[in-house]
Design a protein around this ligand. Sequence first.
Ligand code: UTP
Length: 286
Amino acid sequence: MKALIPAAGLATRCLPASKAVPKELFPVFDRPAIQYVVEEIVDAGLDGAVFVTAAGKESVLDHFDFSPRLAMKKSMAPALQKQVDYTSSLIDVISVRQKEAKGLGHAVFSGLAAVGDEPFAVMLPDMIFLSKGKAVFSKMFDAFQQSGASVIALMEVPEEEVSKYGIVEGSIDDSGLFSISSLIEKPLPGATPSRYAIMGRYIFTPTLHSILRHDYRDGSGEMELTDAMTELIKREKLYGLIMDKDDFVFDTGDLKGYALASAFMAAQHHPDFMTQLQKLLEDIRR
Ligand code: UTP
């Protein structure tokens, strides 16, 4: 199974920072945001990644390539050299272009030829997942293998946050998975009884190919991924894997979420980071 990483969006919520630098390359402490999702793919043992990019985003691919300029540098600290070599060897990337930023459904459609006519994963690179136990994607993969059906990650969010996400309705079935009966994109708080939000990790059967291909066959389609999933549940089962309390997601798609993820990773690496930050904040307020 291949993973498709849609990274061709305009990132308007991160402007002006994202004007010339793709948000996928914003450093979350010591590595670009997109490296976390690539490491997730490698850890899950998937067959490779298809990056959907766009004009001006070539540097996203460069990050995972060999760097001739760095190779010319004679002496580099061995630990640093190891990190540089690690990123170049992490994954073989297939790259496709989304010629216009027509939304996530269209980005996935743009990558379909490269994933082949088989089940595939979609992993949003602006969501960084952390788990104390087994990784969420690994649990989704197990669920997919047991059920043979499409599986997406779900997280219960507070009522006031439902309007940021796609929300699903349905019920938990005997397998412990959430059987999805409908999807509502960004509902108003209180408009839906459910607070299960779709969290940027998906495994789809090839039925999703035919749904998107049918919509975009003459170039005029405008199906969003949520619409495609609504169509999918008319034809076959769609399960949600509900994340538990030991699973965490950083949404780096807006600047506050990005800053939070960076601060968290910095604090993980440097135990005195929070104390220093706190002191700075107190000093400046004085
Ligand atoms: P977002 O909804 O976060 O859109 O897309 P965006 O363009 O990145 O950011 P804003 O909302 O303008 O600030 C979720 C993922 O889907 C990709 C994005 O790159 C991101 O990883 N995407 C979105 C595409 O690849 N193409 C698109 O047309 C839209």
